[in-house]
Design a protein around this ligand. Structure first.
Ligand SMILES: [Zn+2]
Length: 290
C-alpha cells in the first residue's frame, strides 16, 4: 500500500507569519486537501539564538485564524535531537562525514562560494570547535519539480560539502528537514522558490540515508515593491488577522487560481472550500509578478 498524500508546512519561529510564508502554507494546504491528503505542521526551532519568544504560538494562531487547520500534533525540531544523532551516526559509519574547523573568513579567503572539500583529509591544526560536513560528489542531482519543471544541479557546485552539524553543535537545517520530512511521511513538499537551491542537498541526504524522496514543488516567492524577497530581514509585515477571507482570495490570485471576485465576501471556510475544489497545481506561476 502506498502512503497517503501528505503535505507539510514548516515555518521557523523567527517572527510572525508574513505574506510570503502564508502563500506557501496556502499552496501546500490546498494542494494536499484537494487529494484528501493530510496536512502537517512542523516548527523549525533548531536555532535558539534566532528564535523570537512567542513566535511559534503566534504562527499557529495565525494559521487557525486563516482556517488552515492541521492534522496530528505539531512537531518541534528542538525535541528531535535523538533522531538527528542517529542519522549522523549512520552517515559517520558510511564514512561520509568529516570535521572542519575552517572559519568563514578562511573559506572566503580561499575564494570559495561553496565549501570545496578543504578538510576532507583532516582539519589541521586540530581545533576544539569543528563542524561536521558531508562529502558531496561532483555530479548532477535532477528532479522534476511540480511547479518549476525539470531541475538539474551539480551538487558540488551548487552546495559544496555542506554542514550537517554546526560548530556550536546545533543540527544543520538540511539534516533536520530530511529526517523530519521522512518521519512525517511527507509525500509532496510545496514551498518557496528560495529553497530551490536546498533541494539538491536534501535529495542527496535522502539518498545517503536510504530515504525515499518526496515530490517537490517550488512556488514563486513574494517580493516587496523593491523586488526584495518578503522576509523578516527585509522587514516584511505580519499578515493581518483582520480580514483573512480577503487575504486568502489574494493568495489564490497570486497562486494563479482565478477565484471569482465575489468570493471575498464569503467566509474563510467557503474560500478554502472553493480553493480546494478548484485547485489546479499547473496554474501556479513559476514567477510572481505583483
Ligand atoms: Zn575546513
Amino acid at each position: 500500500m502506498t502512503s497517503p498524500a501528505t503535505g507539510r508546512f514548516a515555518p521557523s519561529p523567527t517572527g510572525p507569519l508574513h505574506y510570503g510564508s502564508l502563500l506557501s502554507a496556502v499552496a501546500s494546504y490546498l494542494n494536499i486537501r484537494s487529494k484528501n491528503g493530510a496536512w502537517l505542521v512542523r516548527i523549525e526551532d533548531l536555532d535558539p539564538p534566532r528564535e523570537v519568544a512567542g513566535a511559534s504560538t503566534e504562527i499557529l494562531h495565525t494559521l487557525e485564524k486563516y482556517g488552515l487547520y492541521w492534522d496530528k500534533e505539531v512537531v518541534y525540531q528542538s525535541r528531535r535531537g535523538e533522531r538527528y544523532n542517529e542519522a549522523l551516526a549512520q552517515l559517520t559509519k558510511d564514512n561520509l562525514l568529516y570535521r572542519c574547523s575552517c572559519s568563514r573568513k578562511e573559506i572566503a579567503r580561499r575564494g570559495e562560494k561553496f565549501y570545496q572539500g578543504h578538510c576532507r583529509k583532516g582539519s589541521k591544526p586540530e581545533r576544539k570547535r569543528f563542524s561536521l560536513r558531508i562529502k558531496t560528489p561532483d555530479r548532477a542531482v535532477t528532479w522534476m519539480d511540480m511547479i518549476q519543471g525539470q531541475q538539474i544541479f551539480n551538487l558540488f557546485d551548487s552546495n559544496g560539502d555542506f554542514i550537517v552539524r554546526r560548530s556550536d553543535r546545533l543540527y544543520a537545517y538540511h539534516l533536520a528537514v530530511v529526517i523530519d520530512d521522512a518521519a512525517q511521511q511527507a509525500t509532496e513538499i510545496i514551498r518557496g522558490s528560495d529553497l530551490l537551491i536546498s533541494t539538491p542537498a536534501q535529495r542527496y541526504l535522502q539518498e545517503a540515508l536510504g530515504i525515499q524522496s518526496p515530490q517537490y514543488g517550488h512556488i514563486p516567492i513574494a517580493t516587496n515593491a523593491k523586488g526584495e524577497k518578503l522576509s523578516k530581514q527585509t522587514g516584511a509585515k505580519a499578515v493581518s488577522l483582520r480580514d483573512p477571507a480577503r487575504t486568502l482570495v489574494m493568495a489564490l490570485r497570486d497562486l494563479g487560481q482565478d477565484p471569482p471576485d465575489d468570493l471575498e465576501a464569503s467566509s474563510i471556510d467557503d474560500v478554502l472550500e472553493w480553493g480546494i475544489r478548484n485547485w489546479v497545481l499547473s496554474r501556479v506561476p513559476g514567477e510572481l509578478t505583483l
